[in-house]
Design a protein around this ligand. Structure first.
Ligand code: COA
Length: 312
């Protein structure tokens, strides 16, 4: 058995923060942010929480798949920025959507979280341990952002995306995951459980170099393993961190940029929410067609990175 994505959903906060607004808070400009990152605006929570956005995205994905919440037997939320630690965000979502049969837990692999959670669901399905799952990526990074630090506050946004994965017959495609804790210092945030408020800290250039080297490498690795070539792939759905990273990946893979869709201009980097947000946009916009071969690729803090091939 393999897992097939049968529905997608997403939810972003109502409040939109344009680059020009950030330029009033820190010494930066719309032009600098556009040129270095591609980001034009982002959605920032103003009342919404990681749990509330995750639950709405989940309901929309279930509705899109035509699956009742009570049929879900596994629910994983990938997050690093929840408003609640215990119970897990996944258990809170279960309560909200009445997915009473589901086993629920959270997974933190930073910006690679959705990919790792999706791969975990595939492993459960192939082991016969689940039939219908919800995989959600949800973040409120604005709570962990130092809004006086221009090197990070321009990058991030809030939101949630969800997919329903159902077991069925089909070709098995490979999934590859990597972690390197020795490089954790490149992108980190200590827990705010102590007295001091903690914020995301990053060595932007180190993360940039890591992404442009490792993402094409892991995509090539997963394609080799699937006995496919770059030209067999309809879309490469990458974690949405930075337009220049996407352009560099396209160049290294020698593929047209049109096969690496982007929506980071509108949302910024939403960490584990970015891949399911983009999948939902592509699916609802009619760009994904059944039978297309897609590569998902994630990368981020840990450091962690990975890629999966799937047939839509
Ligand atoms: N506005 C204006 N100037 C800024 C700025 C901002 N928001 N942020 C930094 N600068 C300045 C720096 O202070 C530096 O000035 P200096 O030359 O006088 O010292 C200059 O711009 C260049 O800084 P640098 O850090 O070298 O810029 P960069 O080209 O590497 O771009 C990032 C910075 C963060 C956009 C880029 O490194 C990046 O995107 N990295 C990857 C980050 C990422 O994707 N993280 C998440 C991965 S999941």
């Amino acid at each position: 058995m393999i897992g097939k994505i049968t529905g997608t959903g997403s939810c972003v906060p109502e409040r939109i923060v344009e680059n020009q607004e950030i330029a009033k808070w820190v010494e930066t400009s719309d032009a600098w942010i556009r040129e270095r990152t591609g980001v034009l605006r982002r959605h920032i929570a103003d009342g919404e929480t990681t749990v509330s956005m995750a639950a709405i995205a989940a309901k929309r994905a279930l509705n899109n798949a035509g699956v009742d919440a009570k049929e879900i037997d596994l629910l994983i939320v990938a997050t690093l920025s929840s408003n609640i630690i215990v119970p897990s965000t996944a258990c809170e979502v279960q309560k909200e959507i009445h997915a009473e049969r589901a086993v629920c837990f959270d997974l933190n692999a930073a910006c690679t979280g959705f990919l790792f959670a999706y791969n975990t669901v595939q492993a459960y399905i192939s082991a016969g341990m689940c039939e219908k799952a919800l995989v959600i990526g949800a973040e409120t990074l604005s709570d962990m952002t130092d809004w006086t630090d221009r090197s990070t506050c321009i990058l991030f946004g809030d939101g949630a995306g969800a997919v329903v994965v159902e077991a069925g017959e089909g070709d098995f495609y490979p999934m590859i995951m990597h972690s390197n804790g020795k490089k954790g210092h490149a992108l980190f945030c200590r827990s705010s459980l102590g007295k001091q408020r903690e914020y995301i800290q990053m060595d932007g250039q180190e993360v940039f170099k890591f992404a442009v080297r490792k993402v094409p490498e892991v995509i090539s690795e997963v394609l080799r393993s699937a006995q496919l070539t770059v030209n067999d792939i309809d879309f490469f759905v990458l974690h949405q961190a930075n337009q220049r990273i996407v352009q560099a990946v396209a160049k290294r893979l020698k593929t047209e940029i049109s096969r690496i869709p982007m929506n980071l201009m509108e949302y910024g980097n939403t960490s584990s929410a970015s891949i399911p947000l983009l999948l939902d946009e592509l699916h609802r916009g009619g760009r994904l067609k059944r039978g297309q071969i897609i590569v998902l690729a994630g990368f981020g803090g840990g450091l962690s990175w990975g890629a999966s091939v799937l047939k839509w």
